[in-house]
Design a protein around this ligand. Structure first.
Ligand code: FES
Length: 116
């Protein structure tokens, strides 16, 4: 179990930059994080598809899932699970905190976890 002291918060973007029904790809260290807003609920997932290299903001938001338009895999935004293949690995989901009008993720110290 990770102690709270080992967690860090990373600022991704302004909450206002991601209105309901939209998404934004945020650059972070060496990774990309996709922030989505589903009816006012923010989600953050890895920004690159787990199947091959494709930036997911070039995909389509379909309610509470994201469709990767390169090979049509679909993923749940809530838990990252694969809804439609060919992808086999889920997207990594990062816990979101909205604070002071900013969207942040709270993740363990060290490299950001990503499924490839
Ligand atoms: S790269 Fe996303 S489904 Fe293939």
């Amino acid at each position: 179990m990770t102690a709270a002291a080992d967690l860090r918060r990373i600022d991704l973007c302004a909450a206002a930059d991601v209105p309901p029904g939209t998404m934004k790809l945020c650059e972070l260290e060496d990774e990309l994080v996709l922030v989505t807003n589903v009816g006012g609920a923010y989600h953050a997932t890895q920004g690159i598809c787990s199947h091959e290299y494709f930036e997911l903001d070039r995909g389509v938001l379909t309610g509470d899932s994201i469709l990767c338009t390169l090979h049509l895999s679909r993923f749940s935004l809530a838990d990252g699970e694969v809804i439609d293949p060919p992808a086999e690995l889920p997207l990594v989901v990062y816990p979101v905190v909205v604070d002071g009008g900013r969207v942040l993720i709270e993740v363990p110290a060290g490299p950001l976890e990503v499924n490839r």
